[in-house]
Design a protein around this ligand. Structure first.
Ligand SMILES: [Zn+2]
Length: 289
């Protein structure tokens, strides 16, 4: 329950900090945490980042990979420890035709990898797209079958929903070995029992540090500014987007431009042991109910 309370507290903090989002143009490279990056930093990196602030470059023709950070191998949730200036991009609820492909193209242009927490129902409806996400080097986890609020279900039904979601995503991918054990609770709604069950089953619960709230009926710029403001307040974090909204498609290039200009790096999250083979199987019996 302590974890749940911590999550609740962090959500409340997110609400209070939402008003801190600054207009993009007011931030400068001087505030950026570029010094923490792994890559060899030369004067030209900062110079070009600075130059980018003075000109409009909404799109790029090819990937330069400047944003790409380290690859973090994760066996348990506690392995996800970010350094200042590091972010993890996550996209929930897809795949969605017409939206996910554009997100993939943007991520390719910026040379960064994200983690997609797919719904079993969405993967089942768009199996080719699910495979495309994995084929382009992104990490694929699950997000239940049908986006149920698991706290409203019996323990049995909640575990069934999680297992069914994993199975459907694995089938869409064409093999369980392509599915990573990352999982995110719909609505971030969890119970101590469910979280413990998942951890015992060697699943990796993916929490959220920065909720972009890209499902709000707001402009892409407003959503991007809020997420950037939250990020500046924390200095690093796991960012939640949804690859089912047009505004997310629209805001992503500018958002990544800003991350780059401010010296952030995008960490690629991968499971320490690929796929779900070899780990304990989550079963409805896990909780003794
Ligand atoms: Zn969701």
């Amino acid at each position: 329950m302590r974890l749940f309370h911590a999550l609740l507290a962090s959500s409340l903090l997110a609400l209070t900090m939402a008003g801190c989002a600054k207009p993009i143009s007011q931030n400068s490279v001087a505030n950026s945490p570029a010094v923490m990056r792994d890559e060899t930093v030369t004067g030209s990196v900062l110079k070009s980042a600075s130059a980018r602030l003075d000109q409009t470059m909404p799109n790029r023709l090819s990937s330069v990979g400047r944003l790409a950070g380290r690859t973090l191998e994760v066996a348990t949730t506690s392995d996800i420890v970010l350094r200042p200036g590091e972010v993890i991009l996550t996209f929930d609820d897809g795949p969605r035709a017409g939206k996910t492909p554009k997100i993939l193209n943007t991520l390719d242009r910026y040379g960064v990898k994200a983690t997609f927490l797919m719904l079993g129902s969405a993967a089942q409806a768009n199996p080719a797209l699910a495979r495309e996400v994995a084929a382009r080097g992104h990490t694929v986890g699950s997000h239940t079958f049908d986006h149920a609020n698991l706290t409203n279900l019996s323990r049995q039904a909640a575990l069934d929903e999680i297992v069914r979601g994993e199975a459907a995503v694995a089938e869409a991918l064409g093999g369980a070995e392509k599915l990573s054990p990352f999982f995110r609770f719909p609505y971030l709604a969890q119970t101590g029992f469910l979280r413990t069950s998942l951890l015992h089953g060697d699943m990796v619960v993916l929490d959220v540090d920065i909720d972009s709230k890209d499902y709000y009926q707001e402009s892409a710029q407003t959503v991007a500014n809020r997420a950037l403001g939250r990020l500046e307040g924390r200095g690093s974090g796991i960012i939640l987007f949804h690859d089912i909204h047009q505004r997310t498609v629209d805001l992503l290039p500018g958002f990544l431009d800003e991350l780059e200009a401010r010296g952030y790096s995008v960490v690629r999250l991968v499971p320490k042991a690929q796929g779900v083979f070899g780990r304990s199987i989550i079963t409805a019996e896990a909780g003794g109910l």
